[in-house]
Design a protein around this ligand. Structure first.
Ligand code: CTP
Length: 401
């Protein structure tokens, strides 16, 4: 999978350094040639011997080897590698990278790197949230450094929260994506809405639906794996995504989804509205929990939610492509064509509840893709493959450049 790829693996002084041993093993097993560079503090956590045995190369940590005086060239490493990965990246190293401080072999190699750089931050919860760290991470992202987000969980300090380094398998996945993803949609911005919306009744209750978000998430992964920059506006779901090309914006209600989608729409090339948006919301959401005592029947007045697809469709500019979904029980094609017109869409993906294995909460789907002059039916397939079919059809709609 990574045969012939050259990777500089930078390791900083944090407890997560022990996990980097597994990452190194995964990389070497996949065929990559790995040069480990450690900060002096990293050696307090794991020994260079473990790493050099696995990588079959001496670990570089100092500018000079003490007994021989041999000089290690950070410039040569920067020219040699196809990718530099820093895992764990501590708050201190992130700060140095963001500010051009080159006081050890690892940060000097970073400053000399011509290859792309990926970091997997790891630190305590409060350090991760500190405005200085946020600012430094934003600077690095603006500089084009790819980031494998830290995960939430129990931290070495005993605190709970975000800051734990992503698991080696997750970082490895990011590295595989970096090398193997196609660049077919590089430079394209894609907006996807996914999942259900929750319309609040009171602080503990909502009106919702059974949408799992699986189709929208599969589309986000597919677009990202073809090099697009994806904004995934997601209602409350229990699935996750870890692709570096996906920026996830979590929302609750249809109004929140509408605001998030509109702000990403202006700038996007393709928008896919895969969310199952509640058409109505309670006219009033109670501030306190609604009590049942003395209440035999209850009426909830509902008001219309904005139609997000139609709202964006009305703002559509030349060259933008918009795609909607339709879930029908009866005359699907006719209803889907009406949605195409009413919401100013270029394509509607129709699935019929009558088909076994299609629709909400399944891992498979059976769709007909309807555009202005065409209707193409596909067999029942896993949602990942359906996503690939949909993206292929969308590519036909993109204006030629
Ligand atoms: N949609 C949206 N905002 C809404 C409602 C729907 O963006 N408030 C989008 C969905 O994401 C989907 C398409 O519009 O792409 C579905 O259209 P819709 O008219 O809601 O379909 P149904 O709910 O199936 O239609 P109907 O209520 O007419 O049965």
């Amino acid at each position: 999978m990574l045969q012939g790829k050259k990777i500089v693996l930078g390791i900083c002084g944090g407890i997560a350094a022990y996990k980097t041993v597994s990452l190194l093993r995964l990389l070497v097993k996949a065929g990559a040639e790995v040069q480990v560079v450690m900060t002096p503090a990293a050696k307090e956590f794991i020994t260079p011997v473990t790493l050099s045995s696995l990588s079959r190369k001496p670990v570089v940590s100092e500018f000079f080897t003490a007994n021989t005086g041999e000089w290690h060239s950070h410039v040569d490493l920067g020219l040699w590698a196809d990718l530099m990965v820093i895992a764990p990246a501590t708050a201190s190293t992130i700060g140095k990278m963001a500010n051009g401080i080159a006081d050890n072999m690892l940060v000097t190699t970073y400053l000399s790197a011509r290859e792309p750089v990926m970091i997997a931050p790891a630190m305590d919860f409060d350090m991760y949230l500190h405005p200085t760290t946020r600012r430094n991470l934003a600077t690095l992202q603006a500089d084009g450094v790819m980031m494998v987000e830290a995960e939430a969980g129990e931290l070495a300090s005993g605190l709970q929260g975000k800051g734990r380094m992503a698991e080696p398998e997750v970082i490895f996945d990011h590295i595989l994506h970096f090398f193997n993803d196609s660049k077919e949609l590089a430079g394209k911005k894609v907006l996807i809405t996914a999942g259900p919306t929750h319309e609040r009744l009171d602080p503990v209750r909502f009106i919702g639906n059974y949408s799992s978000g699986k189709m929208g998430y599969a589309l986000a992964e597919e677009f990202a794996s073809r090099g697009a920059e994806v904004t995934l506006v997601s209602g409350p779901v229990s699935i996750s995504t870890s692709h570096a090309g996906i920026k996830r914006v979590d929302v609750g209600s249809a109004l929140e989804m509408d605001a998030a989608a509109r702000s990403a729409f202006a700038d996007c090339d393709i928008a896919v509205f895969a969310a199952a948006v509640a058409d109505y919301r309670p006219a009033m959401a109670a501030d306190a929990k609604i009590k049942r005592e003395g209440v035999e029947t209850m009426d909830i007045r509902l008001v219309r939610n904005p139609d997000i697809a139609a709202g964006c469709g009305a703002l559509k500019r030349e060259g933008q492509v918009t795609v909607g979904f339709a879930l029908e029980t009866d005359d699907g094609v006719k209803a889907a064509k009406a949605k195409l017109r009413n919401k100013n869409l270029d394509m509607v993906v129709l699935n019929t509840l009558k088909d076994a294995g299609a629709g909400f909460a399944c891992d498979t789907n059976k769709v007909t893709i309807i555009s202005k002059n065409d209707a193409k039916s596909f067999p029942l397939k896993p949602k990942k493959e359906v996503a690939s079919d949909i993206v292929n059809e969308i590519l036909h709609c993109l204006p030629n450049e």
